[in-house]
Design a protein around this ligand. Structure first.
Ligand SMILES: Cc1cc2nc3c(=O)[nH]c(=O)nc-3n(C[C@H](O)[C@H](O)[C@H](O)COP(=O)(O)OP(=O)(O)OC[C@H]3O[C@@H](n4cnc5c(N)ncnc54)[C@H](O)[C@@H]3O)c2cc1C
Length: 314
């Protein structure tokens, strides 16, 4: 008989809690996810599972895949909007404890939970060039590999040599040829996969040169993007040959507000949480901005951020 996917609530919840509790020390029920995402919006997870070692991660993911339990992966949560209803599935958070960095010549290997700015600093100290663009991107390495995060005309696809990825049929080493990289996307966004580790190929330079470039780009970021209020970075993907922020600005979107969500006055492709925004506010504002740009320029903007959980259709 074909195996049925396990539902988390109500039947499978106790099983999942018991089984995951055996292989992972940190399993929390009904954890508010707003504490785990940069936007500071969103409801609870049925179960939040936080593996703190390679062994725990492997055991958790193997069990989830084997039992076909639905789950969502979270890194630093800086590119997501989580529904106010939360996530009716297991949320697997990859961060502390899975953040070891190893330098070997001009290659850096790190676990998926390593912070990208931390990694960029470690490389700079060794005089390794290639990650300067990443110093200001609030990301885990895993999230950055999946999203092909980038800035200043550079992106992860230029430095990723390989990624160790857990999939339903086991562990795979993916290379740029199989990662399907393009602007802010990879094949990992389309299939069940958990990035456990990645190796980056950098170039030898001097720490002075690398540090200077890093500081220039950090200063540019500070001058052109909102620093401070919670956000998820750029909301929309740039349409071919243009910038979503430019279109939103020209369409009069800056400052537009729904509830506690506001289009940033500093950078029109950012929505900021002015204090009491809900995920519903954020999504309603996204629709408003999209309608504005479509009306003025005939361009349909596509979200760059990932909406997790259930949202009302537009
Ligand atoms: C202030 C600010 C500035 C930003 N600036 C930039 C920028 O300049 N350039 C840019 O590209 N982005 C930027 N971002 C967006 C964000 O930092 C990137 O998209 C980043 O790559 C997200 O990493 P994360 O660890 O937070 O991933 P999350 O937001 O936690 O997850 C993003 C996606 O990746 C998946 N995922 C995360 N980790 C894993 C894993 N280990 N295995 C499998 N799937 C995983 C998640 O399921 C989700 O679909 C910015 C965000 C903020 C808040």
């Amino acid at each position: 008989m074909p195996r049925q996917p396990m539902t988390i609530k109500p039947a499978g919840h106790a099983d999942a809690l018991r089984m995951l509790g055996r292989v992972c020390r940190e399993v929390r029920e009904g954890e508010p996810l707003r504490k785990h995402v940069s936007f500071r919006v969103g409801g609870p997870a049925d179960l939040l599972v936080v593996p703190r070692s390679r062994e725990e991660l492997r055991a958790v993911v193997t069990w989830l895949f084997t039992e076909r339990v639905p789950f969502v992966v979270l890194g630093q949560g800086s590119n997501v909007v989580i529904s106010d209803l939360g996530i009716r599935a297991i949320v697997l958070k990859i961060g502390k404890g899975l953040d070891r960095i190893t330098l070997d010549g001009d290659r850096v290997t790190a676990q998926a939970g390593a912070g990208l700015p931390h990694l960029a600093r470690a490389a700079a100290l060794q005089g390794l060039s290639g990650l300067e663009f990443a110093a200001g991107i609030p990301a885990s390495l895993g999230g950055a590999v999946v999203m092909n995060a980038g800035a200043h005309g550079h992106a992860m696809m230029e430095v990723v040599a390989s990624a160790r990825v857990l999939m339903p049929d086991g562990e795979h080493i993916l290379t740029p040829a199989t990662l399907g990289y393009a602007y802010r996307t990879s094949v990992l966004q389309q299939r069940p996969a958990v990035v456990a580790e990645a190796t980056l190929q950098l170039q030898r330079s001097t720490s002075e040169i690398v540090r200077r470039r890093t500081e220039e780009w950090l200063a540019h970021r500070a001058a052109t993007q909102p620093i401070g209020p919670p956000s998820s970075g750029c909301i929309f993907r740039n349409p071919a040959g243009d910038h979503a922020g430019r279109l939103i600005d020209l369409a009069g979107g800056k400052g537009l507000q729904v509830g506690g969500a506001q289009v940033s006055e500093v950078h029109a492709n950012y929505i900021v949480n002015t204090g009491a925004a809900s995920a519903t506010d954020v999504v309603a504002l996204m629709h408003k901005v999209n309608a504005l740009v479509a009306e003025k320029f005939g361009v349909e903007l596509e979200p760059e951020i990932k909406l997790l959980g259930e949202f009302e259709p537009a």
